[in-house]
Ligand binder design. Structure first.
Ligand SMILES: Nc1nc2c(c(=O)[nH]1)N[C@H]1C(S)=C(S)[C@@H](COP(=O)(O)OP(=O)(O)OC[C@H]3O[C@@H](n4cnc5c(=O)[nH]c(N)nc54)[C@H](O)[C@@H]3O)O[C@H]1N2
Ligand SMILES: Nc1nc2c(c(=O)[nH]1)N[C@H]1C(S)=C(S)[C@@H](COP(=O)(O)OP(=O)(O)OC[C@H]3O[C@@H](n4cnc5c(=O)[nH]c(N)nc54)[C@H](O)[C@@H]3O)O[C@H]1N2
Ligand SMILES: [Mo]
Length: 769
């Protein structure tokens, strides 16, 4: 296992080796720092203790589930930072906006813009003064309503959603969009786990994971492909740590050696904290090539098939689960033929793992009786990701590792309610069943044409086809690829309205008319008609539960997301619209009753069941081996062929763009990436020492990265610092969103449209001043 993750430590300012485990005292210190830095109001610590409690709020940090939702708060640095960032005492008041033009704010860093603090008033952009000025709520709604009514066609609107919105807000949002007459719902999923939503249904009948948290107690092997839980799902570390202590094997497939996948000290374990000890996590660490996972999966399956044949010939028990394959699956013969035909040479070259390594991992898989396969963005953000997700399933199906205790597939969702938003209808490609049901319950004819994904929305905006953009949270333009085109496209929209907690760069890419509507965050009390309301969210494992904020709102002017969506709806649809938007906002039980009517099977007795401690689990047929596919079976699916984003040019490197430990997507809390040994800066590129030497570049030198196949020559990021790392040859890594300029809009998963943020072909050269 590679351990020395920072060979050059000490020589470069802000880059030094990180020797400790993930977690531990460093994590506790970081929490204290985050709370102090944000001058967190209302007893920051007390707020934290109410996260993920039955009577508290759902942590906005990630979508990892809670053990039964009743245990004591699980310590999590990521969650603490998210809470501190939202519960800050800093305010972006009208006075603050009066002091800075939008042109000036655009020169600020992403960190500085959001660090202005919480939005306090509805604000409208004033082109004459180049400033945001306060506006009354009624006027804001009226202008947005008028803009939506003035369109020539409903498809001239985009309704973007980020994944923090509650089920209630998201349900009203999709109803608003469809009543306006469009399915243009680009959402953050389109940049995230869309290959899961597109790939899994063909394989196993549903675009969601199959495991529950309890399954981790029964697995004897856990495979981790392309995710970094120490930073992005810290509460998962408690689960992995337990599994490791219990003796389960954990294998990581990742081009970078991530510290938390090596060893972890639980801040909740008094012994580990007192003795500075830690628990080893992955016992096998495989440094796959960037974009090499499909090849690795082929290699693993090739070895498993070979072991199976050898076992049968030797008269030993088969490795494949023959009964499962016969009863529950289709397509095995074709898959076996494809795998047989795949050449080891290509598998090794593309995947970056030797045949011996692949056989070793496959042998462990073949010996294990219950296997869970977890994966994240390292797997989903490539050109063939929907198919690669299906290869993950193939590997599991070979030994019946889906739909029984301790086994299954576990996509790690990002935003805390990104899965729920999709469940309640935020989807640009809605099923006919959803539209039929909506039409029946609400007595209207929903649009049937499919709408835009994020990438398609940007293209339409660029082409001048979009007049209105409504953003329910998020930072659309900064999260998207190719700022050169995306920022310009954003400015072409006539009327943009952003529902947000804090200002960000997308809000500054103003068009003719741009409005900011400040909303309550998760941590805040939402009182409607004198009654404290709860909202509901769905975690990564399909558990739906209630969330209720406790802090006083950041400003008296704030409205809840459901109330804002209802306000826009009333203004856009007019008084004659029969939906009782005002009544729904006054009591969220009524919104849930409507969700239940539209989705009677999934949300039976919604209001009753969500009041039970821990909430309830949505039906997951595939977890019970009921396959909702046309064949009624789980399908082995073929891979269309390994990809070569370098187009045969060996001088091209593949760039993967990552999150640091101190950011939440486009929200940059600070400039440290503790576990990777980077402090006070983000302008670094991790490169293999030999790739540097080959180009005559020394570690610590300034370098430029240029998009490899860009005819304009404009897609360059300049003056980054080269840091040598143990990363496979030909692969480089740098932070998102600073390097999004290198990701071309056209480079996305062919089937789901998810941008290939994790395999951008680039060239690296010395920076010339
Ligand atoms: N603190 C914090 N928590 C978060 C977020 C955050 O930004 N900050 N974001 C949230 C969101 S929206 C999401 S989607 C999740 C994201 O969580 P993750 O999926 O963990 O996201 P990333 O950090 O982008 O990258 C994951 C890992 O993939 C590896 N990787 C890169 N390229 C490849 C590859 O080609 N193959 C393989 N096998 N691995 C590769 C990287 O080295 C990295 O360790 O986290 C959520 N939680
Ligand atoms: N290069 C590269 N690009 C990527 C990725 C990558 O790995 N590499 N990852 C992609 C992924 S996985 C994702 S999910 C997207 C993320 O894309 P988004 O979800 O659009 O981005 P966020 O950074 O999460 O959004 C931050 C903003 O959300 C607003 N906000 C925060 N809390 C709330 C709230 O409670 N309500 C409302 N209304 N607004 C709120 C604040 O204004 C804040 O500025 O980025 C994608 N982009
Ligand atoms: Mo995400």
């Amino acid at each position: 296992m590679a351990d020395d993750s920072n060979p050059a430590g000490g020589k470069i300012p802000g880059v030094k080796p990180y020797g400790g485990p993930a977690g531990g005292w460093g994590a506790l210190k970081a929490v204290a720092g985050a709370l102090a830095d944000q001058e967190t109001v209302v007893e920051g610590g007390k707020t934290l203790m109410r996260a993920n409690q039955p009577e508290g709020f759902d942590c906005p940090g990630c979508a990892w589930p809670d053990p039964k939702h009743t245990s004591s708060f699980e310590f999590c640095e990521n969650g603490a930072k998210a809470v501190a960032w939202e519960a800050t005492s800093k305010r972006a008041t009208p006075e603050v906006f009066a002091a800075h033009t939008v042109s000036e704010l655009l020169t600020w860093s992403d960190h500085a813009i959001e660090d202005l603090g919480r939005l306090t008033h509805p604000m409208a952009y004033d082109p004459a003064s180049d400033r945001y000025l306060p506006i009354a709520w009624g006027e804001a709604f009226a202008r947005t309503g008028a803009a939506l009514q003035a369109m020539d066609h409903p498809n001239e609107a985009e309704f973007y959603a980020s994944g923090r919105a509650s089920n209630e807000a998201a349900f009203l949002f999709q109803l608003l969009g469809r009543k306006v007459g469009t399915n243009n719902f680009p959402d953050c999923s389109n940049m995230c786990h869309e290959p899961t939503s597109v790939g899994l249904p063909d394989s196993i009948g549903m675009g969601k994971g199959s495991v529950s948290l309890e399954d981790f107690d029964h697995a004897d092997l856990i495979l981790c492909f392309g995710h970094n839980p120490g930073t992005n799902h810290p509460r998962m570390m408690a689960t992995l740590r337990e599994a490791s202590r219990r003796g389960a094997t954990i294998m990581a497939f990742n081009p970078l050696v991530e510290r938390a996948l090596e060893r972890f000290a639980s801040p909740q374990d008094p012994v580990e904290m007192a003795t500075l000890s830690s628990t080893p996590i992955a016992s096998r660490y495989y440094q796959v090539n960037v974009g090499g996972d499909a090849a690795v999966l082929q290699g693993l399956m090739k070895a498993v098939l070979a072991f199976d044949r050898a076992a049968r010939e030797a008269g030993q028990p088969a490795i494949l689960d023959d009964d499962f394959i016969a009863e529950h699956t289709a397509g095995f013969e074709a898959l076996a033929a494809q795998i047989d035909a795949a050449a080891w040479e290509e598998i090794v070259a593309v995947g970056g793992l030797s045949r011996a390594e692949l056989e070793e991992a496959a042998a462990i898989y073949a010996r294990s009786s219950a296997v869970i396969l977890c994966y994240g963005m390292g797997l989903t953000q490539h050109r063939n990701s929907s198919s690669t997700v299906q290869q993950l399933v193939n590997l599991l199906l070979l030994r019946g590792n889906i739909g029984r205790p301790g086994a299954g597939i576990c996509p790690l969702r990002g935003h805390s309610n990104v899965q729920g938003d999709r469940t309640v209808g935020i989807w640009e490609k809605p099923s006919a069943a959803l539209l039929d049901s909506l039409g029946q319950v609400f007595g209207f004819t929903p649009p049937r044409d499919h709408g835009h994904t994020v990438v398609e929305a940007i293209a339409a905006m660029e082409a001048g086809e979009i007049k209105v953009f409504v953003g329910l949270g998020g930072n659309f333009a900064v999260a998207a690829p190719d700022p050169l085109r995306t920022y310009a496209a954003m400015r072409k929209v006539d009327h943009a309205v952003h529902i947000a907690t804090k200002p960000n760069r997308t809000h500054l890419l103003v068009g003719r008319e741009t409005i900011l509507l400040p909303c309550l965050g998760r941590t805040e009390m939402d009182v409607q008609g004198g009654v404290r309301q709860s909202v509901t969210v769905e975690d990564s494992m399909s558990m739906v539960h209630a969330s209720r904020g406790l802090n006083p709102p950041a400003s008296e002017q704030l409205m809840s997301e459901p109330a804002i969506v209802a306000g826009i709806a009333r203004a856009a649809l007019g008084d004659e619209d029969p939906v009782d938007w005002e009544g729904l906002t006054a009591d969220y039980d009524r919104i849930r009753d409507l969700i239940e009517r539209v989705f009677p099977t999934a949300f039976t007795d919604y209001n009753t069941r969500v009041r039970q401690p821990g909430g309830f689990r949505l039906p997951l047929p595939h977890a019970e081996r009921k396959w909702n596919t046309p064949s009624g079976k789980a399908n082995f699916l073929l891979h269309p062929g390994l990809d070569d984003p370098r187009k045969g040019d060996a001088s091209v490197l593949l760039l993967t763009t990552l999150r640091s430990h101190d950011q939440y997507n486009t929200t940059i809390y600070g400039e440290n990436d503790r576990y990777r040994g980077v402090f006070g800066r983000r302008d670094v590129v991790f490169v293999h020492p030999d790739d540097l030497a080959e180009r005559g570049i020394q570690e610590g030198d300034r370098i430029d990265l240029a998009a490899a196949f860009d005819e304009t020559g404009a897609r360059v990021v300049r003056a980054f610092t080269a840091v040598a790392r143990k990363i496979p040859r030909g692969c480089v890594a740098a932070y998102y969103p600073e390097t999004n300029a290198l990701v071309a809009l056209e480079d996305h998963d062919r089937r789901s449209g998810t941008p290939a943020y994790k395999s951008a072909p680039v060239r690296l050269s010395r920076h010339e001043t």
